[in-house]
Design a protein around this ligand. Sequence first.
Ligand SMILES: *Cc1c(COP(=O)(O)O)cnc(C)c1O
Length: 224
Amino acid sequence: MTIKDNLERLRDSIEKISLSCGRDPKEVKLLAVSKTFPISLINEANDAGQLHFGESRMQEFLPKYKERPDLLWHFIGHIQSNKLNKLLDTEVFIHSLDSVELAEKISAKAIDRKKVVKVLLQVNIDEDPAKFGFMPAGLLQNIEKILQLKGINVSGLMTIGALHESLKDTRASFAELRGLRDALSEVTKQEFPELSMGMSSDYREAIAEGATIVRVGTAIFGRR
Ligand SMILES: *Cc1c(COP(=O)(O)O)cnc(C)c1O
């Protein structure tokens, strides 16, 4: 199986699943998670038509970005404040904004650079104390404060599905993220169209629950 074959199979699968749950396949974006894989494989995926790429470690993202600034990059890993200047000097869609403090810092640095950074708020939907992300109740409490920040544009939510016993439980977590998004829209009277959820093992369930971005690594590039 080549990367091209994997991408074709995934695009077919995303289309079938979307149609089977009454969604427009064009609403679901495939994000190729290229972490740990070399730039040569990113180029190979791009040659096969893939435009969106996701990275989770700054020291890996920056050189890849430098090599291919023309691709559409997404940052999906936990962000340390001391790396923020370098991150904000790139053109990147941040999925992993996981605290009010980080939101304030990103916004301030974006304003310094006279730009608005597109972000998703990462939610710890299963309330796992070992994981990053806003707790749902905390996000409801802080959303107004976050939306006042002028240097960021919050376009939706992101979550990492926990390793549940069954995909039925994973799907229930994705449904909860969608419910939280709807609740946030209700209280803020603002729309949050993007839901970044689902990886190689559970993107099907995520699409069924409304994912607009699925983050797939292994099923495209192979095992890490
Ligand atoms: C690695 C990673 C993925 C991709 O996981 P696969 O199981 O390889 O598809 C998705 N999201 C995040 C945040 C990741 O770190």
